[in-house]
Design a binder for this molecule. Structure first.
Ligand code: GUN
Ligand code: ZN
Length: 484
C-alpha cells in the first residue's frame, strides 16, 4: 500500500504513530506547514532544519504559474522546493471554495500532482460552507464522492490519494461521508471545510463534525484536519483522533503582525517582552522585533517554532497519557475552546472505549476532570469487583471490623479495594482538597457499585465534614452510624 499508518501510543482517541508514504516515514501527530511558492517567509530547507518532516503546497498554484509550472513538471516538486521530506499537494479546492470555480478538472489536477512528483495527492473535493443548507450539502457531497470514486478508478487503489471527508455542518452527512471514504479504501482521510468553523471560533461545531466523521473513518486510517489552524487547538483536535495539521497560520499571523503562543496570540505592538524560548525571542527584545526590517520573517520563524513545539508537547503527552490535561490547559485559553472541550467530554463514553488502561498520572484540574474517560471507565469497571454480602465503603470516616469487604474512596473515581491503591487511576491521581464536584462524581461511583452488586449490602462511613453532602447524594444508602 502506498500510504500506511501505524499507531504506536494512544491517549483518548489521540495517536502517536508513523505515517509511511512510499519510502518516506514521518512521525505523527505532525504539522505540515503550508508553502506558497511565490512567498516563502521561511524556506522549506530551513523548515527541514527545524524538524519539519512534511509540508503541503498548492498544486493549483503550480499549475497556473508561468514561473513554476514547467519547472515542477521537469524537475519535480522536491527539487523546486528544495525539500526531500514528504510533500502533500492540495488540488485547488480551496480556490474553489473562495472563487466558486477553478480552471481544472479532478483527473487533471490528480495527473498534475502525480507528474510533479507529489507524495500525497488531493482530489478536487468541494468544501461545502457550514452555512449551506442540507440540500446543497448533499448535492455537493455527492459530487465529491463521485470524484473520489473516479480517483480510485483512474489512478488505482494504491495511488497515494487523500480522501476528503465533507458534509458541511450535518453530522449524519459527515458520518455518511466517512463511511463512503472508508468503503472506497482510503487509508488517508482528510476532514475538510472546517476552516470557516475555526475562523469563527465555532469549536463546539468543530468537535461535532470531527467526531461524526471519526465514527465511520477506519481506525487504521491516518486523519488529516484540513486548514488547522492555531496551535492552541491542536491538542483538542488530536484528542479527537486527528493526526495531521496543515497550517498557514505561522505566515498569515506574521503578515498581520501577530505573535503566536500555544494558548493564544498577541499583536506585536502589545508585547512588552517575548515569552518564548526560540532563537528569535532569545536574541531580540520586543522592541527590536517590532522594528526589525525583516520583522515579518522573524515573526514567521517564531510562529513556526511555537507551532512545532506544541506538536512535540502533544506527542509527549500521548506517550505519558496526559493528553486530557494538555487539552484542559489549552482550552482554558479561550471560552470557545472551553466550549469545544466540554463538547468533547460529552463524547467520553465513546472515547472511553478506546482509551488506554494505564497512564503516567491523573491531575485533577476542576469540574471538567470529573467527566474524563478515566473516571467513566473506572466506574464502569466497578461492576467487575467481587464482593461479599456486606461491604463497608470508607469515604472519609472510620474503618470498622465486621464486614466481608472494606473499600476506600478516592474522588472523582469512587470506591476502591486496597489492592488498587497503587494502580492507575487511584494511585497516580493527584487531587487538591476535595470539592463538591469531585465528591459528587465519586458518589456516582458508589451508586454504580451498588447497582452492579444487588446482592451486597453497602454501608457508608463518613466524617461529619462530608456527612451532609453525602446524605444529599446517597440519602437512600445506609451509613455506618445507622448500623450501630
Ligand atoms: N483546505 C482547507 N479546507 C479544505 C478542504 O475542505 N478541501 C481541500 N481540498 N483543501 C482544503
Ligand atoms: Zn519565539
Amino acid at each position: 500500500m502506498a500510504i500506511a499508518f501505524e499507531s504506536l501510543y494512544s491517549d483518548c482517541a489521540g495517536r502517536c504513530g508513523k505515517l509511511t508514504v512510499g519510502k518516506k516515514t514521518i512521525k505523527t501527530p505532525a504539522l505540515l506547514p503550508v508553502i506558497n511558492p511565490h512567498l516563502q517567509l521561511v524556506t522549506p530547507k530551513e523548515m527541514q532544519q527545524m524538524g519539519v518532516e512534511a509540508l503541503i503546497t498548492n498544486a493549483y498554484i503550480f499549475s497556473q504559474s508561468n514561473q513554476f509550472r514547467a519547472r515542477a513538471l521537469e524537475e519535480g516538486l522536491h527539487k523546486v522546493l528544495d525539500f526531500d521530506g514528504v510533500i502533500m499537494t492540495d488540488s485547488g479546492s480551496f480556490q474553489l471554495s473562495v472563487y466558486g470555480q477553478v480552471a481544472i478538472t479532478n483527473t487533471e489536477t490528480l495527473s498534475f500532482q502525480r507528474d510533479i512528483g507529489s507524495d500525497i495527492w488531493v482530489p478536487l473535493d468541494i468544501p461545502t460552507s457550514p452555512a449551506a443548507d442540507r440540500e446543497t450539502t448533499e448535492r455537493e457531497l455527492a459530487v465529491t464522492l463521485q470524484r473520489l470514486t473516479e480517483a480510485k478508478e483512474v489512478f488505482g487503489s494504491d495511488a497515494p490519494i487523500a480522501g476528503p471527508v465533507q458534509g458541511g455542518i450535518f453530522e449524519d452527512l459527515r458520518e455518511f461521508s466517512g463511511l463512503k471514504v472508508t468503503e472506497l479504501g482510503f487509508s488517508f482521510c482528510a476532514i475538510g471545510a472546517v476552516v470557516p468553523l475555526m475562523e469563527s471560533y465555532r469549536y463546539r461545531d468543530l468537535v461535532k463534525v470531527v467526531m461524526a466523521a471519526k465514527r465511520t473513518i477506519s481506525p487504521s486510517a491516518c486523519v488529516h484536519l484540513f486548514g488547522a489552524g492555531h496551535p492552541s487547538m491542536f491538542a483538542l483536535a488530536t484528542a479527537m483522533g486527528c493526526d495531521l495539521f496543515d497550517s498557514a497560520a505561522y505566515a498569515l499571523y506574521a503578515k498581520d503582525g501577530r505573535y503566536l503562543t500555544a494558548h493564544g496570540s498577541y499583536r506585536i505592538e502589545e508585547l512588552a517582552d517575548l515569552p518564548c524560548a526560540c532563537s528569535v525571542c532569545r536574541s531580540n527584545t520586543a522592541e527590536e522585533l517590532r522594528s526589525a526590517p525583516d520583522r515579518e520573517r522573524l515573526l514567521a520563524l517564531h510562529n513556526l517554532y511555537v507551532t512545532l513545539a506544541e506538536i512535540s508537547r502533544i506527542r509527549q503527552a500521548i506517550v505519558d497519557g496526559t493528553l486530557w490535561e494538555l487539552v484542559d490547559e489549552r482550552c482554558r485559553g479561550h471560552p470557545q475552546l472551553l466550549s469545544g472541550y466540554r463538547a468533547l467530554l460529552g463524547y467520553a463514553p465513546v472515547l472511553a472505549e478506546h482509551d488506554r488502561v494505564s497512564k503516567r498520572r491523573f491531575f485533577y484540574r476542576g469540574d471538567e476532570s470529573c467527566r474524563r474517560t478515566e473516571v467513566l471507565r473506572y466506574q464502569q469497571q466497578l461492576a467487575r469487583l467481587r464482593l461479599g454480602k456486606s461491604v463497608l465503603v470508607v469515604i472519609d470516616g472510620k474503618s470498622t471490623e465486621g464486614y466481608d469487604d472494606t473499600l476506600f474512596f478516592r474522588p472523582p473515581f469512587g470506591p476502591y479495594p486496597a489492592e488498587l491503591r497503587e494502580t492507575f487511576p487511584i494511585g497516580p491521581c493527584e487531587l487538591p482538597e476535595w470539592d463538591d464536584a469531585m465528591v459528587r462524581q465519586g458518589c456516582r461511583g458508589i451508586r454504580a457499585l451498588a447497582d452492579s452488586h444487588p446482592g451486597s449490602r453497602i454501608v457508608l462511613s463518613c466524617s461529619p465534614v462530608w456527612a451532609g453532602f453525602i446524605r444529599q447524594e446517597l440519602g437512600d444508602m445506609e451509613t455506618a452510624d445507622d448500623a450501630v
